[in-house]
Design a protein around this ligand. Structure first.
Ligand code: FE
Length: 235
């Protein structure tokens, strides 16, 4: 059986109501073998409450909300950014346009939207490594990377990425040589950033399509480097 996002949240609300009703609290010696379902997170419950109110007041169309969620979950994702990066690697003129005017160059590949209007592309080199964060909340170049990962929105990453970027990168498995300058870019609602990673050596003969599969989400945030053999994606 398929559980929809709306159904899951609805079930969660019912469960949440039950959880705070004293008469329905689990009895002591709760001794049976069925599984109990975890409740959705507080933010998920708040979103559902807001959504229910907006729908009840006729201010939003539930189908439109579902279409938006589907777009960002399934159609817009790091595969878009990976295409941009691979094109820049194989086409020097495109790379120049991308660095000069990110939104216009990204738009050349068909990716555009309100989020894409403010993207600046920053290039990693042998001597410079760029790292992207949003210290205030979760600003992110959605049009090329899709939804931000949970850790990107976490308080520890948001604070420590600016205080100790090398330490954060080390914990994430990326040890940078001391002579590499680390530049941290703090995103805002008006200005977002996309890292143009270094093209790994040994990939000179690879096609643009194959190169696209090497570029992960984390590489475009700046917490990883592109590895020649790595498969596409990012979790
Ligand atoms: Fe933000």
């Amino acid at each position: 059986m398929t559980t929809t996002r709306r159904g899951l949240l609805g079930a969660g609300l019912v469960a949440a109501g039950a959880a705070v009703t004293p008469s329905l609290a689990p009895a002591q010696g709760h001794d049976h073998d069925h599984d109990h379902q975890d409740l959705p997170s507080d933010p998920a419950l708040r979103v559902k409450a807001l959504e229910s109110l907006l729908v009840a007041k006729g201010l939003v169309d539930p189908a439109a909300l579902d279409a938006l969620v589907d777009a960002y979950e399934n159609k817009i994702g790091p595969q878009n950014g990976a295409r941009v990066i691979a094109r820049a690697w194989v086409d020097p003129e495109y790379k120049k346009r991308l660095l000069d005017n990110g939104p216009a160059a990204i738009g050349e590949l068909g990716y555009s939207g309100s989020q894409g209007a403010e993207i600046r592309v920053v290039e990693n080199t042998r001597k410079v490594h760029n790292l992207v964060v949003c210290t205030l909340c979760s600003c992110y170049p959605w049009v090329v990377l899709g939804l931000p990962p949970v850790w990107y929105k976490s308080a520890p990453y948001r604070s420590r990425a600016v205080i100790d970027p090398r330490g954060v990168l080390r914990e994430l498995g990326l040890e940078l040589p001391p002579d590499v300058e680390v530049r941290v870019w703090d995103s805002t609602a008006e200005q977002r950033y996309l890292v143009l990673p270094e093209r790994p050596s040994g990939t000179e003969q690879l096609s643009e399509d194959v190169l696209t599969k090497l570029v992960t989400r984390d590489c475009m945030i700046g917490v990883a480097k592109v590895v020649a053999q790595k498969s596409a994606g990012g979790v």
